[in-house]
Design a protein around this ligand. Structure first.
Ligand SMILES: Cc1cc2nc3c(=O)[nH]c(=O)nc-3n(C[C@H](O)[C@H](O)[C@H](O)COP(=O)(O)OP(=O)(O)OC[C@H]3O[C@@H](n4cnc5c(N)ncnc54)[C@H](O)[C@@H]3O)c2cc1C
Length: 422
């Protein structure tokens, strides 16, 4: 794809899925675009996620009734939630805001806002994926949510109502129909919900890297450096300061994932970004290969067939950006996976396992922050996608390009405003 360099100089801070997608759309608008990334492209949260590109992920994390479940989750050694108690004082305000976000009215609003961000994930990625020759990394073959009991399913009624209200189609599968849909599944699971329009990538890191390779091929630049802040002349951006010197820029995008907060503080915005740490374990040459990605509803983890093996990904750990990983959380995912798929072995040699921990960039209201900063409209925020950043990547990137161009965006942006926090 040939682009003319007639636009502005745009610096994109962060080479995760959000930064790379934003950079790709900005390049298409004819801007002179530089991604500033200190690590490898797509090596942050975008590396180890469950790969789901699910329009059905409109259900926010803080749901009515969840608070009552927290003690049980924390006490269960295989539970989906853990907290490093030393981090509690720091994250307490975030947790309070999270709890407050979980009223029936608010979750209906959040789901309606997430719907246009996620509903056309495949359509929004399509031009980027096509130009990057990355079609082999994307599968639109559905997604299964597996329940052990009908009571568990009934407990999620509000989530399914939110999906139905937002136009998500799904099929209920009981026993034989469920096991026919997914032969690798344990018969301890009695009920499933199949969402045909969903899908996944078989390698999230490769997908982001393929998009970044196409971006470079078409004239985009990648600077291996950490961004430190902004040089402003009044309200106008002059440069992004990095540890490799200043990058002159007329506009900048903050897409540093869970590490975006210092940039917002510098620009005078009080944005409650924190991190929900997540883990994965990959079994190479797995004995069970599901047809689609599967969410274990009670375990709150996803099993996805990927190019490198079976990835079991999930859990939420509140421990901030600095604490060491607790690898027991990843190993617990293996135990849960063995319950989901009876064909998996009881034990694996370490060589067949690969463990990972990453930082979801998470907002208490489950909505990302997409919009200009308070101090300078030249700096656009695009972070805080929590559990849905991969699915929302291309749509977010397109909206960022709209904001930089000053044209109306197809994506309603009001709910994602950086100024929505008191
Ligand atoms: C276990 C797990 C499972 C998940 N499953 C899914 C899923 O199935 N589907 C889905 O849609 N989402 C999923 N997610 C969420 C998804 O991975 C994230 O929302 C998404 O990757 C966020 O992308 P990002 O680009 O904002 O952040 P990142 O991918 O973290 O990228 C941010 C980048 O900014 C860089 N950076 C940091 N500081 C600086 C600086 N000072 N200067 C320049 N660059 C900097 C970092 O090095 C990093 O590369 C999952 C997450 C986890 C942890």
């Amino acid at each position: 794809m040939a682009t003319m360099k007639t636009g502005r100089r745009v610096a994109v801070i962060g080479g995760g899925v959000i930064g790379v997608c934003a950079a790709s759309w900005l390049l298409r608008d004819g801007h002179d675009v530089t991604i500033i990334e200190p690590g490898g492209i797509g090596m942050g949260s975008s590396y180890g996620n469950a790969g789901c590109l699910n329009a059905s992920s409109v259900v926010p994390m803080s749901m009515p009734g969840n608070l009552a479940k927290v003690p049980g989750w924390l006490l269960d050694p295989l539970g989906p939630l853990s907290i490093r108690w030393s981090y509690l004082p720091k994250i307490a305000p975030w947790l309070l805001a999270f709890a407050r976000a979980g009223t029936p009215e608010k979750v209906a609003h959040q789901a309606a806002a997430l719907c246009p961000l996620l509903q056309d994930s495949f359509g929004a990625y399509a031009p980027l994926v096509r130009d990057a020759n990355a079609g082999h990394l994307v599968r639109r073959n559905g997604h299964l949510v597996a329940y052990r009991t009908k009571q568990d399913f009934a407990g999620d009624a509000l989530g399914w109502k939110l999906r139905r209200d937002n136009g998500i189609g799904f099929d209920l599968l009981e026993r034989d129909a469920l096991w026919q849909q997914e032969p690798s599944l344990s018969h301890d699971y009695a009920l499933g919900v199949f969402i045909p329009d969903n899908g996944h990538t078989t390698n999230p890191n490769q997908l982001v890297r393929a998009l970044a390779d196409a971006f470079q091929r078409d004239g985009g630049k990648i600077l291996v450096a950490g961004a430190r802040g902004f040089a402003l002349a009044g309200e106008r951006l002059v440069a992004v300061e990095t540890d490799a010197g200043d990058v002159p820029a007329d506009a900048a995008v903050v897409a540093a994932g869970a590490r975006s907060r210092p940039f917002t503080v510098e620009l005078g915005d009080a944005i409650p970004l924190d991190t929900e740490r997540g883990y994965h374990v990959i079994i190479t040459d797995p004995e069970a290969v599901p047809r689609t990605s599967i969410l274990d509803a009670a375990g709150k983890f996803v099993a996805t067939p990927m190019d490198m093996g079976l990835r079991l990904a999930g859990t939420v750990e509140f421990a901030g950006l600095d604490a060491d990983p607790d690898w027991r959380r990843a190993r617990k995912l293996l135990t849960l996976g063995q319950r989901l798929f009876p064909a998996l072995r009881d034990a694996y040699v370490e060589e067949r396992l690969s463990l990972w921990m990453g930082f979801r960039p998470s907002m208490p209201d489950s909505l990302p922050v997409i919009g200009p900063s308070r101090r300078s409209r030249d700096v656009v925020y695009a972070f805080g996608h929590g559990h849905v950043g991969l699915a929302a990547g291309a749509t977010t990137g397109r909206a960022v390009a709209d904001i930089v161009a000053g044209r109306p965006s197809e994506l309603p942006l009001h709910a994602f405003s950086p100024t929505r926090f008191k």
